[in-house]
Design a protein around this ligand. Sequence first.
Ligand code: ATP
Ligand code: MG
Length: 566
Amino acid sequence: MGDDKTGAASNFIRQIIEQDIKSGKHDGRVATRFPPEPNGYLHIGHAKSICLNFGLAVDYHGTCNLRFDDTNPHKENVEYVTAIQEDVRWLGYDWGDRQFYASDYFEQLYDCAVDLIRNGKAYVCDLTAEQTREYRGTLTEPGRDSPWRDRPADESFDLFRKMRAGEFRDGARVLRARIDMASPNMNLRDPALYRIRHGVIHHQTGDAWCIYPMYDFTHPISDALEGITHSICTLEFEDHRPLYDWILDNTPAPCHPQQIEFSRLNLEYTVMSKRKLTELVAAGHVEGWDDPRMPTIAGLRRRGFTAASIRDFCERIGISKSDNTVEMGLLEFSIREVLNSHAPRRMAVLHPLKVVLTNFPEDRTEELQVPNHPQDESMGTRTLLFSREVYIDRNDFREEAPGKFKRLVSGGEVRLRNAYVIRCDEVIKDAHGEIIELHCRYDEATLGANPEGRKVKGVIHWVSVPHAVEVEIRLYDRLFSHPAPDAGKDGADYIDHLNPDSLRTLTGCMVEPALTGAVPGENYQFEREGYFCIDSVHSTPARMVFNRTVTLRDSWAKMQQKQRVN
Ligand code: ATP
Ligand code: MG
């Protein structure tokens, strides 16, 4: 796959567009759209579509519309509209004044339907839903014509007007396209174009309508009315393309956009269907749509992912027509790449164990100037305070340990990062034998570096006891313990695969005072522990709560290896 002249990796959609520009199709214009249904928050799969559609518009000096596909009012609401706008903007894309609603076109859609009726291309059908299913046939058997198929156009028109006027109950009648009941493509067997829906207040049109157009009818006409040139959607719509084209060929649409399908993003260890994500929220399995374990844009943002890392991920996975499932490790790789170079370093002790430096003067505090980033001097320095008592992590001490344990052991030495080498003289325990404190001595000659001839391999992080700030830290694991939680029949049992340990909350963690005042949207590397950020929901200035965005190394790859061995 070569790189095209925009600098982005090429793909089959870019090739189509470049061909169209060259041949002067659509007058060389490129107009795309991102058409979410406001019935849930956007997820990482939508991000793939957003980056693709908005990215093409940017690269080919075209336009990308944000269009709410709002033809299903009972599942939609304004909270979702607002959340979608926020997420697209946060990802770094701007639709300018090009925001639309499919409901903006309800009147024009109605006119198109009337046009079809007048031309004998649509009819009002009185079959019940169950009868309609029977008449439709199967993949191997053709369908049968509805007894209402040859109803005179005038009668259909009259009934359609009455449907609009609210004279019939829900389900009593539908408007259907008159195409071909024997078509091998089920989508062409006289698909429904309009259905009756009483008693719902539409978030945009209120109670103005009691009939609503179907997606397959609305979408091509909305595209045409907006002058879209390339209507990009996911592969499951491939079989709908003949219907998309039929609608445009048989209504007075101002232009004929080209539908192009690409494969949707699937991610391991999570679900991506909005119905399932809605269920997770409604049943309280997660804190909400922005729970940091959710694959939603809002969840990833709260978890500490940056917009750049998500765009980078979408670029890496590429665009194709083959179905595939992407490893969680790849998403994490993208955020590590960004944060490794951009996140300032800090020290945080997750499981504090107090160390008393018996030879350090009681009343002394030392100020150590240390870099915020080991490679990037432009990120400046900060002051670390060092005193007679420091916290280290319990996991960094063992009373006895094999030689390969490079941290602190009884009678052994270790370097405190950015400070001194210490030696452990004594382990203090409580009545239950639990270690409560270590007595160590520090070596004044080792500040910052080992003197000649001294070899101390291990380096651990620490925080000065009197200066430490106590915080809560939330560690996240995959939301599901199965790589394809909804792979079962209809995905019915995906709830059974929820990982009970997906959130671990640590209280009493100690961080260095330089973290005071941290706010959401800032990312930090806590040395040796991973990348962290302030939790935008639970954190307060008086009691900070940090989320771990991701560990420092790819724990997924290791985990999967282990699973393969087992
Ligand atoms: P549902 O989960 O209910 O099927 P949807 O995926 O159809 O919802 P929409 O709001 O209709 O959700 O999606 C808006 C756009 O995002 C569509 O063009 C759709 O093709 C695209 N999209 C949705 N999911 C993915 C995905 N996993 N990968 C790539 N694109 C996606
Ligand atoms: Mg959809």
